[in-house]
Design a protein around this ligand. Structure first.
Ligand code: ASP
Length: 356
């Protein structure tokens, strides 16, 4: 598979306070990476993405500044993004070639290395909550398909009808992809709205802008615990029970005592490179604890994304957070929906590669 763009984007920002700060908290969020360019984004869509990222920061800041747990910030923000049709997670997820939404999510707590994940679930409203339930209420790390759903029912999690996830633009993207693959077009799901008129040119834009849209959050709470989580519908027109990196601990999500990562991009590359865990390992090598190295998270992210991932022709990006409160992102696509905030820095919301 070929890389979407050879644009190398490195972003360094917000040096964390290095003095010990007991009330320190920080958060970094992504809403997917891909061909997201100014020329192809209309003002209304851009404003909607910025507002969604802003709202996600508000929610995280509210939880973390009042002493809440990182894991709660991660779960709550991702739930809101799963409900938002702008993102490829929960409602608004991409469709498989059979016209279904198969959702993946994972969550991890750095201190204890506890983790949970679900893959290929089709009726759970909040896959991230199911991942957390796997972590907290089972002896396992990853549950898949019907088994995961049966566990979620035992846990009394909320279920929805397939049409709940439906969005016209994701359906059209899938139809196009399936057409190009020479496969039969699936029937619209029961309960889906009547087809809307969408201009052909607009469809091109939608497809380019919204090929991705996975969501991820990494948070550091005032107790010094890092948590990370990721949720996705995967890739458009996926087949054969394909599972990407998002629910794979170490590939799409990872957290330890010093570092947390959530990834987005073509999952096959992130799995092969073990991207999320590799970044935390790099950060550890650069400077254990990173107190003396204010850009350790940025350097670690760039080493893996601009180095190993790009060398392999993989496309996508990551958000990273270190125990010092440093947040970083690195991506090799033209854009990534992203935002960060912390007790010692201003909030940032950005979309395009040339923003800070
Ligand atoms: N990483 C996700 C997957 O491969 C897709 C994405 O992040 O856009 O399933």
């Amino acid at each position: 598979m070929k890389a979407i763009a050879a644009v190398l984007i490195t972003t360094v920002f917000a040096v964390p306070a290095l003095a010990q700060d007991d009330n320190r908290w920080a958060i970094v969020i992504h809403g997917g990476a891909g061909v997201i360019e100014r020329e192809s984004m209309d003002a209304e869509t851009e404003a909607a993405y910025r507002a969604a990222l802003d709202a996600a920061l508000d929610r995280g800041g509210e939880i973390l500044s009042s002493g809440g747990d990182a894991i709660d910030a991660v779960e709550q923000i991702i739930r809101a993004m799963e409900d938002d049709p702008l993102f490829n997670a929960g409602r608004g997820a991409v469709f498989t070639a059979e016209g279904r939404n198969e959702l993946d999510a994972s969550i991890m707590v750095g201190d204890t290395l506890e983790a949970g994940a679900v893959a290929g679930v089709t009726g759970i409203r909040y896959p991230i909550t199911a991942a957390r339930a796997v972590m907290e209420a089972s002896r396992h790390v990853m549950l898949t398909g019907e088994g995961a759903e049966s566990f979620a029912r035992d846990q009394e999690l909320e279920f929805v009808e397939p049409a709940f996830y439906f969005t016209e633009r994701r359906w059209r993207s899938m139809e196009r992809a399936v057409g190009e693959m020479g496969l039969p077009l699936p029937d619209r799901p029961d309960g889906a709205p009547e087809p809307e008129e969408v201009e052909e040119g607009h469809l091109d834009l939608l497809e380019r802008e919204h090929r991705f849209g996975t969501v991820g959050v990494v948070a550091l709470d005032q107790a010094g615990t890092i948590a990370a989580g990721t949720s996705t519908g995967g890739t458009t027109a996926k087949r054969w029970g394909r599972v990407g990196d998002s629910p794979v601990i170490g590939a799409g999500t990872y957290a330890n005592a010093l570092c947390g990562v959530s990834a987005t991009g073509t999952g096959e590359y992130f799995i092969r490179l073990n991207v999320a865990a590799r970044i935390c390992h790099e950060l550890d090598v650069i400077d254990r604890g990173a107190e003396d190295h204010p850009y350790a998270a940025q350097d670690a992210a760039d080493t893996v994304i601009q180095g190993a991932l790009t060398d392999l022709d993989g496309d996508g990006g990551v958000i990273v957070l270190s125990i010092t409160g440093e947040t970083a992102w690195s991506f090799n696509t033209p854009g990534m929906y992203r935002a960060s905030w912390g007790s010692d820095r201003d909030r940032i919301v950005a979309i395009y590669g040339d923003e800070e």
